[in-house]
Design a protein around this ligand. Structure first.
Ligand code: CUA
Length: 130
């Protein structure tokens, strides 16, 4: 794609986003219909040697949550066995992971990519509450 075509495409995308926002803010659509989409709660988590930040998050069980993962240094892992999550966190890249635990409890996340001396202690906790 040449630069000009790329620019046109970006402009079109922005126009579509603008239109979607107008619709979302109630332009003729009933509020109930908008609410029915139930957008996931997005929680940002940053990884770096040898910690996740924040080190603990809490959300409601059964509610859709997206964990937005990024790294401040090198590649790390994001492994939550009971939730079937095994993601790579690569520097310069955002990785979204959807979770929706149907039971309350503490879910321990471990880094499962060797990332240096502190690797074995690189953990965080997801708390699913009632
Ligand atoms: Cu981070 Cu291993």
């Amino acid at each position: 794609m040449n630069t000009q075509a790329k620019c046109r495409r970006v402009a079109l995308t922005l126009a579509l986003v603008g239109a979607a926002m107008t619709i979302g803010s109630g332009g003729g659509w009933s509020p109930r219909r908008v609410a029915a989409a139930e957008p996931p709660q997005v929680i940002e988590i940053k990884a770096k040697k040898y910690e996740f930040s924040p080190s603990q998050i809490t959300f409601k069980k059964g509610a859709p949550v997206v964990l937005r993962l990024s790294s401040e240094d090198r590649s790390h892992g994001f492994f939550v066995k009971p939730l079937g999550v095994d993601a790579d966190i690569k520097p310069g890249q955002v990785t979204d992971v959807a979770v929706r635990p149907d039971a309350t409890g503490e879910y321990v996340v471990i880094c499962d990519h060797y990332c240096g001396l502190g690797h074995g202690n690189m953990k965080m906790t997801l708390n699913a509450v009632q």
